[in-house]
Design a protein around this ligand. Structure first.
Ligand SMILES: Nc1nc2c(ncn2[C@@H]2O[C@H](COP(=O)(O)OP(=O)(O)OP(=O)(O)O)[C@@H](O)[C@H]2O)c(=O)[nH]1
Ligand SMILES: [Mg+2]
Length: 407
């Protein structure tokens, strides 16, 4: 499942340089003719696909882009220099849309492909151009034309590298706010997040990864309770799952049990998804004194028989969040390097992706089927099997409810 990374920018091509009015003034020439040169064309704005980029992150900071204007014409028939084109690099796969008309200007699908989004203004003409047999000393010039300007929307479908798992209120959205420019709603009640959010996390100057926040899962989610399970499909293609657990729930419930609920739901959704790299992130550490915190951390690890990486953070205080992001970046880099170097590793991962996707699709299909059956007043077969005894005692099954087997 893909997310859409979207940014709005304003581009302005350079204005054309003005034509110049000038006359020759040389020693022995009394009535010098016109010699004003033309202006230069304004620079255009182009978008270029670059395979080295993978997000639109850069365009979140700077939103206005101006190409250079053309130089004005000069005397001695000197033409003004053309304004330089401005080339904006975007990831391969970016769609460029006119933000006012919603018209798709183009899709950049290949490395190096370019699309002009704002044409530079035409140059103005110098007075030399207006010389004629009847007018030997024209005082006429034209100004450069303004460069085009445009509001653009850039859209890029991105795969999230990292997915967040957790109960409602665990602090998933707070975490994404702490580490990225995304500003999903955070509140002290469950189900604050109703649709998936995407954050791009910059690490150092040049690296970044994409993180997906989904609505919280609750017990019974796999059976269709709450919102979360359908959103799990957004996590099927991620490379790393962060399981966020509230270490200090207000209702004093056991964080280990809370963590286990999530694992049970994920397992029902797709057993293979449990094999995906998963890290335990114990949140709200700021709420506890050291001793109690360490005790709870140990407790969770023991109860889950957890052997993978564990991070203890406070999303709200941004404690431990940066270190975690650096670890994530390192993990993603190493993973990418191994994919390059070890064909078997790459194949294993691809097979796992496929399995997860197949399981997820089958699961969601069965959920839809159940819903449809319920609406039609028919019980799914496993619920019927729970009532097995009555069912077997039935004398004439043909008089009973129609049995439909659910995949
Ligand atoms: N003390 C403390 N509170 C936190 C921390 N992280 C999140 N919270 C609070 O926990 C509550 C829930 O945070 P959210 O980020 O909305 O939780 P969520 O997991 O996105 O919840 P849903 O969207 O409902 O699934 C908010 O009141 C946050 O301010 C933390 O590190 N420490
Ligand atoms: Mg949330």
């Amino acid at each position: 499942m893909k997310f859409v990374d979207e940014v709005s920018i304003f581009v302005k091509a350079g204005d054309g340089g003005n034509g110049c009015m000038s006359f020759r003034r040389e020693k022995f020439i009394e009535f010098g003719g016109p010699n004003g040169g033309d202006g230069g064309d304004g620079g255009s704005v182009l978008m270029e696909a670059d395979e080295n980029l993978n997000t639109l992150l850069d365009y979140r900071y700077t939103r206005r882009f101006d190409a250079q204007r053309g130089q004005n014409g000069m005397g001695s028939e000197k033409t003004g220099a053309k304004g330089e084109d401005l080339i904006l690099k975007v990831p391969v796969g970016t769609t460029i849309i006119d933000a006012n008309t919603q018209e798709i200007i183009g899709d950049l699908v290949e490395h190096g492909q370019r699309i002009m989004v704002a044409q530079g203004g035409w140059h103005g003409l110098g007075n030399t151009r207006f010389k004629s047999s009847t007018n030997r000393a024209p005082r006429q010039t034209t100004p450069g034309k303004p460069g085009e300007s445009r509001d653009l929307k850039l859209e890029l479908k991105v795969l999230a590298d990292v997915g967040l798992l957790g109960l409602p209120n665990a602090g998933k959205s707070t975490f994404i706010r702490a580490v990225s420019a995304a500003k999903p709603k955070v509140a002290d009640y469950p189900f604050t997040t109703l649709t998936p959010n995407l954050g791009v996390v910059g690490v150092g100057r040049f690296q970044n990864f994409v993180i997906a926040d989904i609505p919280g899962l609750i017990e019974g989610a796999a059976e269709g309770t709450g919102l979360g399970i359908r959103f799990l499909k957004h996590l099927t293609r991620t490379r790393l799952l962060l399981h966020i657990v509230d270490l200090a729930p207000l209702d004093e419930s056991d964080p280990a049990e809370a963590a286990q609920i999530i694992l049970n739901e994920v397992e029902q959704f797709s057993p293979a998804l449990m094999q995906r790299e998963r890290w335990l992130v114990l949140n709200k550490a700021d709420q506890l004194f050291d001793d109690e915190r360490n005790e709870r951390v140990q407790h969770v690890i023991e109860q889950l028989a957890w052997e993978g990486p564990v991070f203890v953070i406070s999303a709200i205080e941004r404690e431990g969040t940066e270190a975690l992001c650096k670890e994530i970046m390192r993990f993603l880099d190493q993973r990418a390097a191994r994919i390059q170097e070890e064909p078997e590793f790459a194949e294993q991962l691809a097979a796992l992706d496929q399995l997860i996707e197949d399981e997820a699709r089958a699961y969601l299909q069965s959920l839809d089927d159940r819903r449809a059956l319920r609406r039609a007043g028919v019980k799914p077969v496993d619920e019927l099997l729970d009532e097995e005894e009555d069912f077997e005692d039935e004398e004439d099954p043909e008089d009973g409810p129609e049995i439909i087997y659910v995949r």
